[in-house]
Design a protein around this ligand. Structure first.
Ligand code: GLA
Length: 677
């Protein structure tokens, strides 16, 4: 049996990892020596090499040029810098598309996408597969046993979708596995609607550009298939690497809440979860969005440390208007990831490119060179990360679970629903925010997760819910859990068929309530609601006509046709409590609700009364305080601690200027956030 490979394989003896994508093929060899010298000075201990090197390694079909890569790995290895070696299969050389145009992806309208950029491959193309696996095999054979090789990086940011005939054939095979025969497929897809009945497998195609709305179950199955087809390719590469280098962990870089790929089904297929994260400096919700994404990565790894594979030291170049990051910003973002379970902090990329599409993307060494404000910050950050070595491998304890599901996301966001203003990631973020603001750590989990250990489970939206998952949520509450369910949940089954009867049918009993109409609200004004105590709050976008069936109405709608009908319900069921929210409350009202649910569940944040913009999270026994706000804050702390970043003792309070971070390790037990603290 294969020994468990994980982050510890990389961090043992190294501490936290620090580095970035290194593309030496863009530079003459003289520059490489300077690179390595600068990397050492900056405390770089891991670099990703070869992500876009297919054409350099295989300049023409079947040729191999590994000499340059040998020299790169030897140089890095002799400097003690570990290599995350990429399989170069994300960007095939022009010769592949030129000689085998069937490897090029086709869009929904049947147009082929050409080479000249990157990512131009069809995940179901046998020729692409054969050529990709051949180079992966040779790469693995070449570098198996190389002392610098520490990690494999398969492909890059998987997400390609292709609608070609080869994809159609692969889709049919996938559908045969899922549905068995055509009758079952016709039943699942509801093809009696609009005369869509299929009489031969050959008639079935991907959801290509069509005159009007496409069958939603066809589209749902297609999204499942696309994620699985990419996964199959990833697995094929990974298997080659595992066979040849059994002691080297394998990862592929995720992209946060990235819709095309169901990361729950992928994460178990890698040794280490890694993610690319590019917060938008113009987005005021960026810190909370980042925290949510980091928690998702931790959840994908079932609590194990993860690797921040790519982030930017400064502005990116792919938004229309790329705001820069002020001094101290990338450090704050990087330390936020550490606080939320990352054991490695890497950047795209080491040295800014002089040419190519990303020539204006930030890097660790900017065009202006190493003698710059930015590179000085990079060096300082790399060095200070050594002080955080004690947190490597440490868990982030959480008592709240938040459920998120890709299939439900796909199904929810199909055309032809009551409102496309209700979407899954926004619902997730709006429910996550109040917990983040209160310093309450949250684990992101799939619907099938074991929930028993969490006092509070939040389901912002599960539009698609299987009978089994609904039964598990019900049993969780009966067993003593506190459950919160957001609107438009439990509406369809896994075939995306609407569950008839009053909604949410499979949760009706546990919620002690049921509804009969969805009533999207006019967009130009809020919906007035009233707590049972009399105070009012605003909601927006979505309302439901719902009736209590044993639940207590904690809030009701205060105007219009719904006046007097429940807006928020709370139901004691078995040993537990279930909440249902039949609208989209404004943030302050959701905060009040989160407060009540936390009280029901007996959960509290790591520190009380956090100032706005201050994030507090505990990792191991270290309390991280991060000031994302624009004001300096002075915060009392309950017990004496040492700040790992400054090395100074902290007795009764900390002062945090904007973008400052403290990493407080208590002098004595208990931990911050423990019930007795
Ligand atoms: C992604 C890619 C990198 C690079 C960066 C730019 O993360 O993996 O190759 O294109 O974006 O932000």
């Amino acid at each position: 049996m294969r020994a468990r490979l994980g982050m510890h394989t990389l961090t043992d003896g190294r501490g936290l990892l620090f580095g970035g994508d290194y593309n030496p093929e863009q530079w003459p060899e003289e520059v490489w020596a300077e690179d390595v010298e600068l990397m050492r000075a900056a405390g770089v201990n891991l670099v990703t090499v070869g992500v876009f090197s297919w054409a350099r390694i295989e300049p023409e079909p079947g040729a191999r040029d590994f000499g340059w890569l040998d020299r790169v790995l030897d140089l890095l290895g002799s400097a003690g810098i570990a290599v995350d070696l990429a399989t170069p299969t994300a960007s095939p050389p022009p010769w592949l598309g030129h000689r085998w145009p069937e490897t090029l992806p086709v869009d929904e309208s049947g147009h082929r996408l050409w080479y000249g950029s990157r990512n131009q491959f069809c995940p179901s193309s046998p020729v692409y597969r054969e050529r990709a696996l051949a180079i992966v095999t040779d790469l693995a054979d070449r570098y198996a046993g190389h002392p610098a090789l520490a990690l494999w990086h398969v492909g890059n940011e998987y997400g390609q979708i292709c609608h070609c005939d080869e994809s159609a054939a692969a889709f049919r095979t996938w559908l045969q596995d899922r549905h068995g025969d055509l009758d079952a497929l016709n039943e699942a897809w509801g093809t009696t609607f609009w005369s869509q009945r299929y009489s031969d497998w050959a008639e079935i195609i991907p959801p290509r550009h069509a005159p009007y709305m496409i069958n939603p179950t066809q589209r749902l199955d297609w999204q499942r298939f696309c994620s699985d087809a990419l996964l199959a390719h990833y697995q094929a590469e990974r298997d080659i690497l595992r066979e040849r280098t059994p002691g080297t962990p394998v990862t592929t870089n995720f992209m946060g809440l990235f819709k095309p790929v169901d990361y729950w089904s992928w994460a178990g297929e890698e040794d280490i979860v890694s993610n690319d994260w590019y917060p938008d400096p113009a987005d005021p919700l960026s810190p909370a969005r980042a925290a949510l994404t980091h928690d998702l990565m931790r959840g994908l790894g079932q609590g194990r440390p993860w690797l921040l594979m790519e982030q930017a030291t400064n502005g990116v170049n792919w938004r229309p208007h790329n705001l820069p990051k002020p001094p101290g910003q990338f450090r704050l973002e990087s330390l936020q990831a550490v606080a939320r379970g990352a054991d490695g902090l890497c950047y795209f990329q080491w040295r800014a490119s002089r040419f190519g599409a990303e020539r204006f993307h930030a890097a660790m060494v900017p065009h202006a060179g190493p003698d710059t404000r930015l590179h000085a910050e990079v060096r300082a950050h790399g060095q200070e990360l050594r002080k955080l070595a004690p947190v490597a491998g440490e868990p982030v304890p959480a008592q709240v679970a938040m459920v998120f599901d890709w299939a439900s996301w796909w199904a929810l966001e199909e055309r032809g629903r009551p409102s496309d203003r209700l979407n899954a990631p926004d619902q997730l973020l709006s429910y996550y925010l109040p917990f983040w603001e209160r310093g309450v750590s949250v684990d992101l989990v799939p619907p099938s997760a074991e929930l028993g250990g969490y006092p509070l489970v939040v389901v912002p939206n599960l539009y698609l819910l299987s009978d089994q998952d609904a039964a598990a949520l019900t049993a969780y509450v009966h067993g003593g859990g506190v459950l919160m369910v957001g609107p438009f949940s439990g509406i369809v089954d896994p075939r995306a068929h609407v569950r008839t009867g009053r909604f949410p049918a499979p949760l009706r009993e546990v919620l002690g309530a049921s509804g009969e109409e969805w009533l999207p609200a006019p967009e130009d004004r809020p919906v007035r609601c009233r707590w049972s105590g009399g105070a009012e709050f605003a909601a927006h976008t979505w309302t439901e006509l719902i009736a209590a069936e044993g639940a207590e109405a904690v809030a009701e709608f205060a105007e219009g046709d719904l006046a007097g009908h429940p807006a928020v319900l709370r139901h004691r069921a078995g040993q537990g409590v279930a909440w249902y929210v039949a609208t989209m409350p404004e943030p302050v009202a959701l905060g009040a609700l989160a407060g009540r649910m936390l009280a029901d569940a007996g959960v509290r944040g790591v520190l009380p009364d956090l100032p706005p913009g201050v994030e507090a999270v505990r990792r191991g026994d270290v309390l991280f305080l991060l000031n994302h706000g624009t004001a300096t804050v002075r915060m009392p702390i309950p017990h004496a601690a040492d700040d790992l970043l400054t090395g100074s003792p902290v007795t009764d309070h900390v002062t945090l200027t904007p973008r400052a971070v403290a990493a407080l390790r208590p002098r004595v037990q208990p931990h911050f956030g423990d019930p007795l603290a």
